[in-house]
Design a protein around this ligand. Sequence first.
Ligand code: TYD
Length: 211
Amino acid sequence: MTGLPGQFIALEGGEGVGKSTQGRMLADALRARGLEVVTTREPGGTPGAEAIRAMLLSTEGEGWGARAEALLFAAARADHVEKLIRPAIARGAWVICDRFVDSSRAYQGGGGGLSDAEVLDLHRIGSGGLLPDLTVLLTVPPEVSAQRLALRDGGTGDRIESRGAAYHARVAEAFRSFAVQAPDRFAEIDAVGSPADVHSRIMARLAGLLP
Ligand code: TYD
């Protein structure tokens, strides 16, 4: 728990698991209950963080080394947490964030080779170590996410999406291990099925947090 009045929910998972759709459906369901909901995403969410996003995901130039990349994600997050996420939680809003620090742990850590302690150090320095109240981890078998990705953008992606299958397998494995290590903070949700089915699974897991 953040110890603050609002709730902070992060949606996580590999590419093509349906996070954006589920984020929208969750936001609608919470608003229908009369809650103030702020939806946002990472990298991004504030003008400064969106500028860093463009630098991170652009396919032009030679790209970033693993450490520079991790620092840039942490910098974008610091701006986002300070200017948007903490103020929203403090006034009692529910924040639904498409990806957060567990993506850095999975991609820059599991995929890119930084240690989990290093990624968490950057997060402590940048964002005071803020963690979501609940991280909804959407999981699908690798062949399902490959299919969904191909439908979405024909298989070409941004700089990170287009890394090879081995990278994305390490990312998926890292996410899975975080959920096992911290079952109270993670809700691992089977994301196979219709959007409505997956949404119902998420709402069932959120029941304990709802007012
Ligand atoms: P995005 O288009 O938002 O991807 P998706 O639709 O799959 O969520 O691009 C974000 C990309 O950045 C995605 O490939 C995951 C990656 N990422 C990291 O590597 N580290 C991070 O900390 C975050 C937030 C995202």
